[in-house]
Design a protein around this ligand. Structure first.
Ligand SMILES: C[S@@+](CC[C@H](N)C(=O)[O-])C[C@H]1O[C@@H](n2cnc3c(N)ncnc32)[C@H](O)[C@@H]1O
Length: 356
């Protein structure tokens, strides 16, 4: 993902770059203001409160418990940032959702993706304040820093936090899984194991598009009841089996296709290679390992989101990191895979494929 904001202006007559401007520097330096405004609007559930209606600043501010000092600045900033529309001005002006906030940030919409903003706000916004310390020490800056427990154990210690994390993953990945279901040729295969499948979303989405497939969604034991509930609620329990286990202790359930959505980037090199080896062992000849990730471009110059995600892995885990398609091919070739492919998915995400 390239940020196209120029850091110098072109001389229209000659195409020569002229003096640099500080615009890009200042936009990025203050980007957390805009980010925090959006995240706080999600925290206050502003977009669901508006729903399909329109409200004045005072009515909306009153409903959300926002002090009069902040009302107009907050709502108008959201208008200027493109996250609200406003009919009229001043005290009579009425605020409405945009088509995008109505679709994705109103909790009553089936395509709600607010779980990720909620998690970014509740956890990562604060933890990223420790980026400098993470860079100096190589140590994570999340809950582990305070309690010393492994990331997933800490995250899953409370049901509410577990639910929040799993919802966040779900919101983040739906568009990618839909594109995966369209773009990868699943017709040749009968079974799929989704490793670290969380609520089972990848199996649900691929299964709705390819009903001939049967799925195993594999994750840690605390996740199983939530996954079962989700899979039942969408009527896919005939197609998808929930299996609990620890992918470092247990073999992966065998299948023609093994998928890993944002799994390999959670771990250090040794554990990445161990997981790739386990995927190889779970596949038949001709089977495929699919890693859905924000793959960094091989030259490490363009996919800013992938590179920021890798810094996020430093904040979350310390030694975990995102990687390029070239890295993936190298590790998979070592494990015995012979043929490789990469398909673009939504935005900065791709699927890296290794065939056995
Ligand atoms: C970053 S989330 C990705 C979830 C989902 N695949 C997606 O793409 O949104 C990582 C998942 O790995 C699971 N996980 C972490 N450690 C695990 C382990 N040792 N064994 C099995 N699953 C594990 C977590 O519970 C979580 O659901």
């Amino acid at each position: 993902m390239n940020d196209a904001t120029p850091s110098s202006v072109e001389d229209a007559a000659s195409d020569r770059p002229t003096a640099p401007t500080p615009d890009h520097i200042m936009q990025t330096a203050t980007a957390f203001w805009a980010s925090k405004v959006l995240l706080t609007a999600v925290e206050f559930d502003l977009f669901s409160t508006l729903g399909s209606g329109a409200m004045t600043a005072n009515a909306l501010g009153g409903a959300l418990g926002i002090h009069p000092r902040g009302r107009f600045d907050f709502f108008d900033a959201l208008v200027a940032l493109g996250f609200l529309e406003r009919d009229g001005d001043g005290a009579e002006g009425r605020y409405r959702n945009t088509p995008a906030t109505a679709a994705f940030l109103d909790k009553n919409s089936p395509s709600y993706i607010g779980g990720m903003p909620e998690m970014l706000n509740a956890r990562l916004f604060g933890f990223w304040n420790g980026l400098g310390e993470a860079l100096r020490t190589g140590e994570p800056q999340n809950e582990i820093k305070h309690h010393g427990k492994p990331m997933f154990e800490e995250l899953y210690a409370e049901e509410a936090r577990l639910g929040q994390f799993l919802e966040a993953m779900t919101g983040f990945q739906a568009a990618n899984f839909q594109m995966l279901a369209e773009r990868f040729d699943f017709s040749r295969y009968q079974t799929m194991t989704d490793v670290g499948g969380a609520l089972g979303l990848m199996s649900v989405i691929v299964g709705q598009r390819h009903p001939h497939l049967r799925f195993t969604t594999f994750d840690l034991p605390p996740v199983a009841p939530l996954a079962e509930r989700h899979i039942e609620s969408v009527g896919m329990d005939d197609h998808i089996t929930v299996v609990s286990g620890d992918f470092f202790e247990d073999d992966l359930p065998p299948a023609d296709v093994v998928t890993m959505g944002n799994i390999l980037h959670d771990w250090n090199l040794e554990k990445k290679k161990m997981l790739i080896g386990k995927a190889y062992a779970a596949l038949p000849e001709g089977g495929a390992l699919l890693a859905v990730e924000n793959l960094i471009d091989d030259a490490r110059r363009e996919n800013a989101f992938g590179l920021l995600m890798s810094l996020n892995m430093l904040i979350e885990f310390g030694d975990a990191f995102d990687y390029t398609f070239a890295d993936f091919q190298g590790w998979c070739r070592e494990a015995g895979f012979t043929r490789f492919e990469k398909l673009p998915l939504a935005g900065p995400t791709s699927v890296a494929i290794a065939y056995k």
